[in-house]
Design a protein around this ligand. Structure first.
Ligand code: UDX
Length: 448
């Protein structure tokens, strides 16, 4: 099929490449000229395993075309994917101006039956809003052309996005149109049946993927509710971690014991510095906003946010416990991205923690294996270091904020010889506490 993907962010790029790889012709369009030029040259602005290779391969075989002319992309395609951003406004309400702009353009450009597919995470009711805007913008020349709206939320995780696109755990299709649902089933057929050639890390998983057919509003809510539930799991575990510290229990044993109950499960149960990223903070706030807007209490959702804010602050408090006064101390921070295997620092707890250390008068040295530029909101007073060892040289405290694999096997003899004081605050509970304590480090984790 001919597919136009509007917006080349995480969701757009990964979905576009995936549908190109399974044999469709995909036009990836973005109004950002510089970005499109980079992509045409096979250069990928985000770090995602396997993505650059797939982009190059599909540009070469003609399945993937990048350009800036959204209108012609719409005209040439049967299915239009809307993958533009919905960043939060200060109230928590998502900003839909990019979606509205695209819907307007679709209305002006439509030249035959099309499926308009929404992959962006959008507030409840957006499918209806898009339909209205498209209709309003159809003109005398094209007002007779029919179209259907489909809500097809994306569940990919950053750092594993390519794998998630090819091997999803479910496909959710929300539409009021039987015709559109049949076309969507056809588009997704290779993914549903798992009968395409692509493999990631020798993944042999070839079970059929469940497809859920529902109305567009339910599809929109499935996405928000899933992210909010996952964030709830983490906030819950973080709250239990804080109780553990008070009563002398061990969060690692507690979560392991809880997870053995299959109704609870062992995944997404890691206590730490709190959740961040481009999705959870935005989506939990948006769902809370919508819940209250429709006159329902958002008690759990608001508590989930509150616990997370406290958790980030708790890391600073722990640093104070270890250092006494922070002023004039040197703190080496390991990790900047909101989680490993991505260069994304949007709403990363690391940034809030680093800014707070600087505000309290510390000298902060930061090392991240991939992030080499200052995140937008990070105080430029922090010093970017070229290696984890440079970051901890002369430091009074090392704070591990992102569980990058290279931090698991640091040379701690070297770390010890470099640090002014052997204090380690492990914000992800990944280091071997006993070994470090034996070596003479003062170690603090989260909840044990
Ligand atoms: C999330 C959802 O998982 C994905 O389905 C959705 O499409 C987008 O949002 P992502 O933002 O990439 O994906 O990150 P995820 O791996 O879910 O982690 C989110 C945050 O939770 C990170 O800050 C991570 O460090 C934190 N986390 C995760 C924990 O603190 N503990 C855990 O056990 C798991």
């Amino acid at each position: 099929m001919k597919v136009c993907v509007i917006g080349t962010g995480y969701v757009g790029l990964v979905s576009g490449v995936c549908f190109a790889e399974i044999g469709n012709t995909v036009f990836c369009v973005d109004k950002d000229k510089d970005k499109i030029e980079l992509l045409k040259a096979g250069k990928v602005p985000i770090y995602e395993e396997g993505l650059a290779e797939l982009i190059k391969k599909n540009i070469k075989n003609g399945n993937l075309v990048f350009h800036t002319d959204t209108s012609s992309g719409i005209k040439e395609s049967d299915i239009i994917f809307i993958c533009v951003g919905t960043p939060p406004l200060p109230s928590g309400k998502p900003n839909l101006s990019a979606i509205d702009e695209v819907a307007k353009l679709i209305g002006q450009s439509i030249n035959g039956y099309k499926i308009i597919l929404n992959k962006s995470t959008v507030p409840i009711g957006t499918a209806k809003r898009i339909k209205k805007i498209i209709k309003e913008n159809q003109n005398d020349g094209n007002k007779n052309y029919d179209f259907d709206i489909v809500s097809n939320p994306e569940f990919l995780k950053e750092g594993e996005a390519v794998k998630d696109a090819f091997f999803p755990e479910r496909i959710v299709i929300g539409s009021e149109s039987k015709k559109a649902i049949e076309i969507m089933k056809k588009l997704y057929e290779p993914i549903i049946n798992q009968d395409f050639g692509y493999a990631v890390n020798n993944t042999n998983k070839r079970d059929k993927v469940p497809i859920l057919l529902t109305d567009s509003t339910s599809a929109e809510l499935i996405k928000y509710a899933s992210n909010a539930f996952l964030a709830t799991k983490i906030s819950f575990v973080n709250e239990i971690a804080n109780i553990c510290e008070r009563v002398g229990a061990n969060i690692l044993d507690v979560t392991y014991g809880m997870g053995l109950d299959s109704r609870i499960g062992s995944r997404f149960m890691k206590a730490g510095i709190g959740w961040g990223g481009s999705c959870f903070p935005k989506d939990v706030r948006a769902l809370s906003y919508t819940t209250e807007e429709y006159g329902s209490p958002a008690s759990i959702l608001n508590a989930v946010i509150q616990v997370n804010n406290y958790q980030i602050f708790k890391v600073v408090q722990k640093a104070m416990d270890m250092l006494g006064i922070i002023d004039d101390k040197i703190i080496g921070v390991l990790g900047l991205s909101f989680k490993p295997n991505t260069n994304d620092t949007r709403e990363a707890p690391s940034v809030i923690i680093i800014n707070k250390f600087l505000e309290l008068g510390a000298e902060v040295r930061v090392y991240d294996p991939i992030v080499k530029e200052y995140p937008e909101n990070m105080d430029k007073g922090a010093i970017m270091s070229a290696s984890p060892y440079r970051a901890v040289k002369g430091a009074n405290l090392m704070v591990l904020v992102t569980e990058w694999s290279e931090f698991y096997d640091l040379d701690f003899k070297k770390v010890k010889s470099l640090m002014a004081n052997c204090n380690i605050l492990d914000g992800r509970n990944i280091l071997d506490r006993q070994k470090l304590q034996k070596m003479g480090f003062k170690y603090a984790g989260i909840g044990y």
